[in-house]
Ligand binder design. Structure first.
Ligand code: FVT
Ligand code: MG
Length: 321
């Protein structure tokens, strides 16, 4: 035997020395769900141990995240039904819940990197990511609203906007408006390859944002496609995205690696709600070792090429690192 691979696996010290991938708190973006009201920390039924916060308790939560070394958050808001319409009017309200959430976080922890979700679904009476006409989600009028929404978030203090809508040309529309308004340092994390996935179910529960009719297959990508993900991603970079994202995570790690090998901007992965809830459920039943499987999944996402991971496991994970 000239080569014995097991030599480098004989104990934890040598395994640590040769380990190719490791997780650190810097790897995470923490998704946060925000609701109106006071003193609210409500568990999301289909996402055990994950919560919606009112602004007063959000403040406490972000301080705790910061102390754990988690320094980036991605905000989602649950908009009251009476404020929803087809055009997402409330999304542009400078005193809207999102805008107030950004200010609340920046006041509580000024150095926290604040990213905001940009899409119409939480604001849409139809639960779709864009303006609806005759059952179709309009592209161009929607991207103009998304640009204004992004500007509003940046004016409220957001460091990055994260458009998750998958309309064509929205990165260019957003970038041009931010430049025109002289927000030169406002970043764009583009959900460039977002698939029409069945793994988003619990998230739609969290925000009460399930589509009122049909599905999202006319704008989100077909899970069967790989080359299209490259095309989408290269386009977004050309249009001015600073960072790109693949979503969901585990089922799409081939896409992550291919994009990582193709582009020269940071690649993010969104490990989505269904991925989170599946493990929580299996662990509750005693069928899987929660912490071990969680770390294995996160490590695999990073190994595939993710520079950062938006994950509901962020807090659980950093406590183990
Ligand atoms: N635009 C954000 C999402 O769609 C999140 C999906 C999830 O976590 O399931
Ligand atoms: Mg696109």
């Amino acid at each position: 035997m000239l080569i014995r691979n097991r030599r480098l696996r004989t104990n934890e010290v040598i395994r640590g020395l040769v380990r190719e991938t490791s997780l650190t708190p810097n790897d995470f973006i923490v998704p946060l769900f925000v609701v109106e009201g006071k003193n609210i920390k409500e568990e999301i039924a289909s996402m055990p141990n994950y919560f919606r916060y009112s602004l007063d308790l959000l403040e406490k939560e972000v301080k705790e995240l910061w102390d754990l070394g988690l320094k980036s958050v991605l905000i989602f808001v649950k908009v009251p039904d009476n404020l929803k319409d087809n055009k997402g009017t409330e999304a542009l309200n400078k005193d809207g819940l999102m805008q107030r959430a950004v200010k609340t976080i920046k006041d509580a922890v000024p150095e926290m990197l604040v990213m905001t979700d940009v899409a119409l679904d939480p604001y849409s009476s139809y639960g779709h990511d864009g303006i609806v006409e005759n059952g179709y989600i309009l592209n161009d009028p929607t991207k103009e609203v998304l640009a204004k929404m992004s500007l509003s978030h940046v004016q409220a203090g957001a460091d990055f906007v994260a458009p998750s809508d998958m309309m064509d040309g929205r990165i260019k529309a957003i970038r041009e408006l931010l430049e025109q308004e002289k927000h030169f340092n406002a970043g764009i994390l583009s959900y460039s390859a977002k698939y029409a996935s069945a793994f988003y179910g619990p998230f739609r529960d969290a925000l009460d944002s399930a589509p009122g009719f049909g599905d999202k297959k006319t704008y989100q990508m077909d899970p069967a496609n790989r080359e299209e993900a490259i095309k989408e991603t290269l386009q977004d970079i050309e249009e001015g995205a600073d960072m790109v994202m693949v979503k969901p995570g585990l089922c799409y790690l081939d896409i992550v690696r291919e994009i990582k090998n193709t582009v020269n901007v940071p690649v993010a992965v969104y490990q989505v709600s269904g991925e989170y809830s599946m493990l929580k459920a299996a662990a509750e039943k005693g069928w899987l070792d929660h912490d071990a499987v969680m770390l294995e999944q996160l490590t695999a996402i990073k190994r595939a090429g993710a520079q950062m991971i938006a994950s509901y496991f962020a807090k659980d994970a950093v406590k183990l690192l």
